[in-house]
Ligand binder design. Sequence first.
Ligand code: SAH
Length: 273
Amino acid sequence: MSDASDADDTERVASETAPGVVYLVGSGPGDPGLMTVKGRRLLDEADVVLHDKLPGPEILGQIPEEKREDVGKRAGGEWTPQEYTNKRLVELAREGKTVVRLKGGDPFVFGRGGEEAEHLANEGVPFEVVPGITSAVGGPAVAGIPVTHRNHASSVSFVTGHEDPTKEESAVNWAALAETGGTIVVLMGVRKLPDYVKALRDAGMDPETPVALVERATWPDMRVATGTLDTIVDVRDERGIEPPAITVVGDVAGTRERVLKFLRNESKPESEP
Ligand code: SAH
């Protein structure tokens, strides 16, 4: 009996003095229906939600304005420095707030979530990771493209198309990727598409290899553009494909054509009977 009440006291004192908590939440690619139940609940419970634009207009539109803090691109087109976001997370947690750091897709896939987690740990702030559906898998999926396929690809690589210009050597070994024969999924790869298409071709990849661009996957204005290693740069330019978009390189990208007739993900009211 007395043991139990001691424990209760300890817990109460702890909760009165403990700092707040930071939840690193993945929003999934953008369709609110694809957020996890846990992520959704935390958005409702949070005192503050720090976000950028990647969760998309529908999910962001469901968060009350007074809870939102945009730490994405600033008015002048500059990114909010990562140091600011890190500091702000700690500051809010120390005020005892329940903080959601909402990130597009999965927080630990190319989202700098790892850096934020390390910063929180260094500062002694408790945090929890709530995974989300990464656009690297979910984006191709809703376009009818499985990233692996028994007949076409037994491996998949997720790579960044956005090279650090100060790096002398490419951080991504495109030639090695070309040799795996597996699917290559490129994030942040719209602008540099011509560069890595060339690198893959120089490495001997078949110019007829199917390539797909999935722009704003699951957002209301999602678009998909397809071609081959040979044509995709022109296709990008003709269709005016912009970030955020996923590039899928590999035979799996050809699956889309075979399933499109019955794929309902993209049915728009005007194309419905
Ligand atoms: N953590 C995110 C990735 C962040 S990096 C995730 O797991 O999805 C930013 C890149 O993600 C974009 O440049 C784009 O390549 C991709 N991306 C994120 N959301 C997307 C979406 N809805 N549609 C297409 N690409 C998306």
